[in-house]
Design a protein around this ligand. Structure first.
Ligand code: HSE
Length: 301
């Protein structure tokens, strides 16, 4: 194989209470073409001016992980990235980069790795599976670490007609900084609060009892702490619910706020935008479907 083009979706992580465990794939895609030749990296679209155009780029981290895994040297390759996923906004742009690199590496090396193998490599790079697993499998996933080097992932059935209504602020979030504000210890009361809601969330999605999501997307592990740096968050969540969302939460480490809806998407998006304006948060609303497809090879030659 001389050249391969792959795509990987945006993802939202946590969905409120499922910190570092639950995630969902969204119908917005980054493309990566890898062609044999003298090493080069080019990026167009979201984050093009901010992303490293050298081996620090996460698409290369992903691709190299495959070659290391199969014990073969990395050949000379040209990387062309077309990015549509907003960069550093809590929509899984890093995971899409890692996963697209892995899928391209798996194809061009002939390793033909399974989704399970790709997930282990991806989650080892990212440190948690809540973005990379839905980027690989599509739909909604629950992922947990088992031991030091294994990851267990299962898919959650989600209603076909589920939409994500997002408010995507202009400000960027550094995930490491956003995680650094989280306490190492939590009370049993807060643990119980989140355990029950994470279970309720998965059950509500798979049973289609979406009226439960307004309880099931609440959280005490990370959102209250992240609100310190993003005071508009609870107000954006409230306005999404007022507009008719089933549930709403901080997408991943933020700053995007995501509302789950099966109708009234434009109203929800209007309410969130108005609240953002009131709080002086610049940004834009976006509406996208939940995708049931994960990253894949689009073409090769
Ligand atoms: N679960 C992660 C977090 C997602 O909330 O920090 C972002 O990588």
């Amino acid at each position: 194989m001389n050249s391969v083009t792959v795509r990987a979706p945006a993802t939202t992580a946590n969905l409120g209470p499922g910190f570092d465990s639950i995630g969902m794939a969204l119908d917005m895609w980054n493309d990566l073409t890898v062609t044999r030749g003298k090493f080069s990296v080019s990026t167009v679209g979201e984050g093009a001016d901010l992303l490293p155009q050298d081996t620090r780029n996460l698409v290369i981290t992903g691709l190299e992980a495959v070659f290391n895994h199969i014990g073969e040297p990395v050949p000379g390759l040209q990387y062309e990235c077309t990015n549509r996923i907003p960069y550093a906004r809590g929509l899984g742009s890093s995971s899409a980069a890692i996963v697209s690199g892995l899928v391209a590496g798996s194809a061009i090396s002939g390793a033909d790795l399974t989704k399970e193998e790709l997930t282990i490599l991806a989650a080892d790079i990212e440190g948690h599976p809540d973005n990379v697993a839905p980027a690989i499998y599509g739909g909604c996933t629950v992922g947990v670490r088992n031991g030091t080097d294994k990851w267990i992932v299962d898919q959650v059935k989600v209603p076909d007609e589920l939409y994500a209504v997002l408010f995507v602020p202009e400000m960027l979030t550094n995930t490491h900084e956003s995680r650094a504000v989280l306490p190492d210890q939590i009370s049993r009361t807060d643990a119980v609060f989140n355990i029950g809601r994470a279970a309720l969330l998965v059950n509500a999605l798979s049973s289609g009892r979406l009226e439960l999501l307004k309880y099931a997307t609440d959280d005490r592990l990370h959102q209250p702490h992240r609100t310190q740096a993003f005071k508009a968050l609870p107000h954006l969540i409230k306005s999404a619910l007022k507009g008719g969302a089933h549930g709403a939460f901080l997408s991943g480490a933020g700053p995007s706020v995501l509302a789950l809806a099966t109708g009234r998407e434009v109203t929800i998006s209007y309410e969130m935008s108005e609240t953002a304006r009131t709080f002086g948060v610049d940004g834009k609303p976006m509406i996208m479907a939940v995708t049931h497809e994960g990253a894949s090879v689009v073409s090769n030659s």
